[in-house]
Design a protein around this ligand. Structure first.
Ligand code: HEC
Ligand code: HEC
Length: 404
């Protein structure tokens, strides 16, 4: 579903992509970058934000085997797993503070697949998001904010930390302010030109500095038209709206099947009491926890945030596997496009069928959450094979770092 065009840009985005070097990050952005890549900020000193959000993989999971297998990344502590695929951390700062748009009748914004990093306290969803992973027992698993601050204060970038966050930032008494400054600094890096680069072939094409190949152009036209992709992965042209973000930050249920290999199904009962019967509640699950939104929970059960498609094909080598969708059910762009095209056309198979098996069998398993599936905008697009391939070719033009 498309929200009526206007997307609030909460972060100021520097457009110097391609011309500026690392030295041109501000002190705060540089601090955020040091924190983002610091594996010492995890309980076993073996995991940083970049482990699950690696620039070479389009700011998503850095290990091909994991993307092909569990999809969910193991935390710092062996055997600990969350339940979703890491989305891109780039282009997350451009999401507005989570809110209900009464006119459109839609929830918009926030960070995470279910929007639960709302951004109200720090005025920035990405800053609030960034405070989570360090202390999440299934991710970097440090005990408390003081542990994070102590490790930063013992690091090689401790001086920069005091410059940005205040000369007393390492004092125990200031831990809350210091931890807010950590969140804001990571978000500053995530909003910097190194992360939100806007330097793809598509961007160059719009500026008249590159020419899309015929199949890429055909894919672009399908994206805007017959494929209906632009209804949710919105491209809004013109100076007023800023560069295209390929999302309107609304939420939808595509009817993606369960992912049988999700390690969360066998997580300890303290994390997942439902075992194999666990269903990802998406936005509805978050709304249920808030009195002011609980009445909307059922209608939004199983919906997930529309992800940006920027860097969706970016990978360190051609044989590197990427996973697509909140649970990583799909292992190629071609397969997810085929799903959009034929979800309601091909026969149904069992919910234990993997994507590789479904490809051979020519079927689709049932949706994980059936009640709220969007049948108006996808499921039977009537695309032929060449048109599916053209859409894939177009998405490949969204990889940052394009050079002629
Ligand atoms: C163990 C893997 C892992 C680590 C480590 C990790 N993340 Fe994530 N990240 C995820 C997953 C999984 C999600 C989606 C979770 C969800 O939606 O419930 C996510 C979501 C995000 C998002 C939301 C993007 C969006 O569009 O909503 C951002 C931004 C982000 N992470 C940044 C970070 C930062 C900053 C750090 C380090 C402080 C970090 N992550 C550490 C796995 C990880
Ligand atoms: C009705 C809104 C809607 C339409 C129309 C739509 N998408 Fe999506 N798209 C989404 C949502 C929501 C997700 C995430 C769903 C989930 O994971 O459960 C998504 C996920 C994706 C992903 C996976 C990205 C990732 O990082 O995992 C790709 C690729 C994609 N869409 C491409 C397309 C293409 C190509 C089209 C047109 C053929 C299209 N989408 C049409 C809403 C939409």
């Amino acid at each position: 579903m498309a929200l009526s065009r206007i997307i609030a840009i909460t972060a100021i985005v520097c457009m110097a992509a391609g011309t500026a070097g690392a030295a041109d990050l501000s002190d705060q952005e540089q601090l955020g970058k040091s924190i983002f890549f610091d594996e010492a900020l995890s309980s076993n000193q073996n995991q940083s934000c970049a482990s699950c959000h690696n620039p070479t993989a389009g700011w998503t999971g850095s290990t091909s085997e994991v993307n092909a297998g569990t999809v969910v990344y193991e935390g710092s502590i062996p055997g600990s797993f969350g339940n979703r695929k890491p989305p891109s951390s780039a282009y997350a700062t451009t999401s507005s503070i989570f809110h209900y748009d009464a006119k459109a009748g839609l929830f918009v914004g926030g960070n995470f697949w279910d929007g639960r990093a709302r951004g109200e306290r720090l005025g920035n969803p990405a800053a609030e998001q960034a405070q989570g992973p360090f202390l999440n027992p299934l991710e970097q698993a440090l005990g408390a904010a003081t542990d994070v601050i102590d490790r930063i204060c013992g690091s090689s970038y401790a001086d920069l930390f005091r410059t940005v966050c205040g000369s007393a930032a390492c004092d125990q008494a200031n831990v809350n302010e210091a931890y807010d400054c950590v969140g804001l600094s990571v978000a500053a890096f995530e909003g910097s030109f190194e992360s939100n680069a806007f330097s793809s072939k598509f961007d160059a094409h719009l500026k008249g500095k590159a020419r899309l190949a015929p199949s890429e152009l055909q894919g672009f036209a399908l994206f805007m038209g017959k494929g209906k992709c632009n209804k949710c992965h919105v491209i809004s042209f013109g100076k007023k709206n800023g560069p295209a973000l390929f999302t309107d930050y609304t939420f939808d249920n595509l009817g993606i099947p369960r992912y049988p290999d999700n390690p969360f199904y066998t997580a300890a009962p303290g994390f997942n009491p439902d075992g194999y019967n666990w269903i990802d509640p998406g936005l509805g699950g978050f709304l249920m926890t808030r009195a002011e939104f609980a009445a909307f929970a059922d209608a939004n059960y199983g919906k997930h945030k529309v992800p940006t498609l920027r860097n969706v094909d970016k990978r360190p080598s051609p044989d590197f596997v990427k996973a697509y969708g909140h649970n990583g059910y799909f292992k190629s762009l071609k397969r997810i496009v085929h799903f959009y095209n034929t979800r309601d056309v091909l026969p149904r198979c069992d919910s234990s069928v993997t994507d590789a098996e479904a490809e051979v069998m020519g079927c689709w398993p049932p949706p994980e959450v059936a009640a709220t599936v969007n049948t108006a905008e996808l499921g039977n697009l009537g695309l032929d094979d060449a048109e599916e391939n053209a859409l894939v070719d177009f998405m490949k033009t969204l990889t940052d770092g394009y050079q002629q």
